[in-house]
Structures are given as C-alpha cells and as structure tokens.
Unconditional design. Structure first.
Length: 469
C-alpha cells in the first residue's frame, strides 16, 4: 500500500514575520483558505493510498491534529520528534512505523510546506514512479526548471527508464547564475524537489548500508517509543544520540539504485517572499496585494497586511509584510536573507522571533490586546468541546467577559454557565477552569490584574492534553 509521509518539522524563518518558530509556514494559509499542511494532505486524497503518517515537532502536535480534524482526515500516526535531526532520521522513523503495519509499504515522502498548483500532474507523476519504487528503486522527484534558479539544488538525469523516468546520475549543489543557465540549456537537469517515493524497507536497508548510526538510533528510539492515542513518541534520550543528516546526503547521493521522476506541476518550495510573488496572481503593474492594501505608482512588489492598512507609493521590487507586532520591508531580491533578521531577534531574546500575538494552544488560541505594567487584556478563543486545564495563579486575578458562545466556568467548588454579555471574576489563588460545551467557538475577553502577568505563573492540577507547565 502507498503511504503518504508528511514531514512537518521546518521553522520557515525566511517567511518571517508571518511565519514564527511556534507557528511556522506549513500551518499558515499563504495561498487560500487552508494551510499549506492541509493543502498537502488534501493533495494525497487523489491517490490510492492509506491514511498518512505525519512526522512533526512535539510542540506542534495539537496544531497538526486540529488541522487534520478540520479536513475530517485522520492520520495513521503522528510521530513526534523530540528534537530536529533533519530529514534522514525523520523518514527513518516513518519507515519503521510503516513496516510495523505493512512490511511492503511504499512511502511517498512530502514536505508539508510546498506548493503544487497542478495536482493532477503530480498524481500522474506518482503513478509513473510507483512501478519502479515497487521494484526497489529509490525514486526522487525532479521538477522541470522554468528559470536558471540559484536557490535550488539540481538533479542530473542518467539513462531513461521510461516516459519521464530516469536513472539518478548525481546531485548538484545550488549553483551560481552561470552554471544554472548551463543546466537549463542542457536539458538534462531538474530542480531537486525534496520529495521521494520508495519502499519503506528498501529505504531502511539502504540507510543501514550508508548511515548505520542513524538507523540504529532510530530503531532504538522507536523500540522504546510510547504511544498516546495517535501520537507516537520516540524515546527522547535515545533519539538525541542520532546524527543529523538529510535524505539526500545520507542515502540518495550514495545509493546505486536511485531514480528520478520528471515533474511539471507548478511546484514551489515557497522558500522566500519572492517565491510567493512569483506564484501569485499579479495586477497589471506586477504587484501582489493581500489584505487591506492600497498602492499607487508601485511595480513588481509584494504587499501583505494582516491587521491594518498598508499604503505604498512609488516603490518597485519591494516586499512589505505587516503583522500585528512586526513589519518587514525588504528589496524583493534580498528576501532570501530574512533569516538574518530572525537571528538578530533571537540574539536579542525578542519574542517576535518565536511567537505571534495570537498564540495557538491545543484548546484554541489567545491574543494579547493591551499590555501594561499591572494589567493585561486578552482575547481567548476556545474550540467547541475543548477545555483549558484546571489551574491557579499566584500573582494575578482575572475578569472574564463572554462575547460569543457559551462558557462553562469552574471556580473552586462552583461550576456554572455564562452566556454572551455575562461575566465573572476569578480571584488570585483560586483554582479555575474554562470550557466550551457548545457547538460554536467560545470567545471571551480576559482582563488580568496583578503584580506579575507572565505565562509561567500557572499551576496545573488537571490537564487533558498532558501538559505539566
């Protein structure tokens, strides 16, 4: 059976300030109404395949589960990496999980944050590559280049194995402009997409030959894994010992049994804001405008507003991206370097590198509206059927006002309901809980007051999500 494997471990720093470490680009709706992860999941429904495996960061587990739920899809397992070790170990974890269910499983490995505009062409390419994968070939997908791109690695195709199918001759690192033009002119090179198609056991066998330390660590970590519903947690101590390496370096560049499927499907890895400009619909002056944007005498630029008006006058080749707490202004040709800004923010220990004002939790989200020395105002949204932990604060009291939906409130030994326009007070030191028993999202305004308002002032007594802090 074909098993899609979604790799959802990236941080997407080059799409800051929209993408943040705790809410990276795969969870964002950058092109339409659903996220890139959801687009990738939906793409797999056109294949004759089993339920997908998703490999993700432990911290992102509830976002992945919620986005699956929104599509009414269920993963066969969510494998939670204790820490990032690049793609070779991530795929090994998925392969070990797959062979435990079906020793003959074929894996379709897909980054969760890529764009494919022609899904039919993608599905057709997978179907072309399947027979070779079933015969034992380790197939990768090479995208037909449309420009001498210096931001991608390349694949050199060898002898033909069928229509749009080739032996894998070699990998080529990201070239300079002259070399990239030569690759484009030769016709024998394709962009390296980072997508793969191979037997789960075949990958493990090849990994054992080429990078045995990775295989050993992953096997040991999975043998000691714990399982909680659909969450599979490899042993953290054992997985920490695993070397970090990519599928390309650990296996595909060293195998004697590689193959390439040529793919022409409107693909992009969306690695920078310039990529979003390239794939989006532009106006007559070459501008892309998202959100509340007004432009005058601007050309070939990308403008995005998430929370307020952005107005631009007389600029060219610019990227302007606005969020509630940060604004990026960059030359469109320099946006590959946005991660340098993120590194500066991290060095300065600024929250804008890690968090949005809206912070997502397994039960919903909260957003800081006003922050001062002794008070803070938040907007809290609770998903239907979900509830926060039973908790207490040492340093703050809280006022809750319901603005939408119905709230079930626990305060010490009292449990009561609040409707819209009703409110309650949670004194400092009182055990309390907020829950949404209804069928629509619950929204409340929370006013905190006290000597300390940090998120670490939480003592949890009960939590359905297994959190201790």
């Amino acid at each position: 059976m074909l098993t899609p494997v979604l790799l959802s471990g990236g941080v997407g720093s080059r799409l800051w300030p929209v993408s943040r470490e705790t809410h990276p680009k795969q969870f964002l709706p950058l092109f339409g109404e659903i996220s890139m992860l959801q687009e990738t999941l939906r793409r797999t429904t056109g294949l004759e395949a089993s339920a997908p495996l998703v490999v993700c960061n432990e911290e992102h587990r509830f976002m992945v589960a919620e986005q699956l739920r929104q599509l009414e899809l269920q993963a066969s397992a969510l494998i939670l990496e204790p820490l990032g070790r690049n793609t070779a170990p991530a795929v090994a974890l998925a392969a070990l999980q797959a062979v435990s269910v079906d020793p003959d499983s074929i894996l379709l490995v897909l980054p969760a944050d890529h764009l494919i505009r022609n899904v039919e062409a993608f599905v057709a390419a997978v179907d072309k590559g399947l027979p070779l994968a079933r015969e034992g070939r380790l197939m990768t997908f090479g995208v037909v280049p449309t420009a001498p791109e210096t931001g991608y690695g390349y694949l050199k195709c060898g002898a033909a194995l069928g229509e749009d199918l080739y032996e894998l001759e070699r990998f080529v690192e990201k070239p300079d402009a002259i070399a990239a033009q030569g690759y484009l002119d030769s016709g024998g090179y394709l962009w390296n997409s980072g997508m793969f198609l191979f037997g789960a056991q075949g990958y493990l066998d090849e990994l054992g030959k080429r990078a045995p330390d990775i295989l050993t660590c992953c096997q040991q970590a999975m043998d000691a894994a714990t399982v909680d519903m659909h969450f599979v947690r490899p042993d953290e101590r054992l997985f920490k010992q695993c070397p970090s390496d990519s599928v390309d370096y650990a296996v595909m560049e060293r195998t004697d049994n590689g193959g390439v499927v040529s793919l022409d499907c409107g693909w992009s890895d969306v690695g920078a804001w310039s990529a979003l400009w390239e794939v989006a619909d532009r106006d007559a002056d070459g501008n892309v405008c998202r959100g509340d944007v007004i432009v005058d005498d601007c050309r070939d630029s990308y403008f995005r507003s998430d929370s307020r008006l952005v107005a631009a006058l007389g600029v060219e080749n610019m990227v302007v991206v606005e969020t509630a707490d940060a604004i990026l202004v960059a030359d469109r040709g320099k946006v590959q370097d946005v991660k340098r800004i993120v590194n500066v923010l991290k060095d300065q220990k600024r929250a804008e590198a890690i968090l949005h004002r809206r912070v997502y939790r397994p039960w919903g989200s909260y957003e800081s509206l006003v922050t001062s020395e002794r008070f803070q105002v938040k907007r809290i949204v609770v998903i239907p059927g979900q509830r926060l932990s039973l908790q207490m604060h040492h340093h703050r009291a809280e006022h809750w006002i319901v603005v939408k939906g119905t709230a079930e409130v626990t305060c010490e030994d009292k449990v009561f309901m609040l409707g819209e326009d009703e409110s309650t007070y949670i004194p400092l030191g009182h055990k309390h809980r907020l829950a949404n028993p209804g069928h629509i999202p619950l929204e409340i305004i929370e006013v905190q007051s006290g000597a300390y308002l940090g998120e670490d002032d939480i003592v949890r007594f009960e939590d359905v999500y297994g959190r201790s802090n």
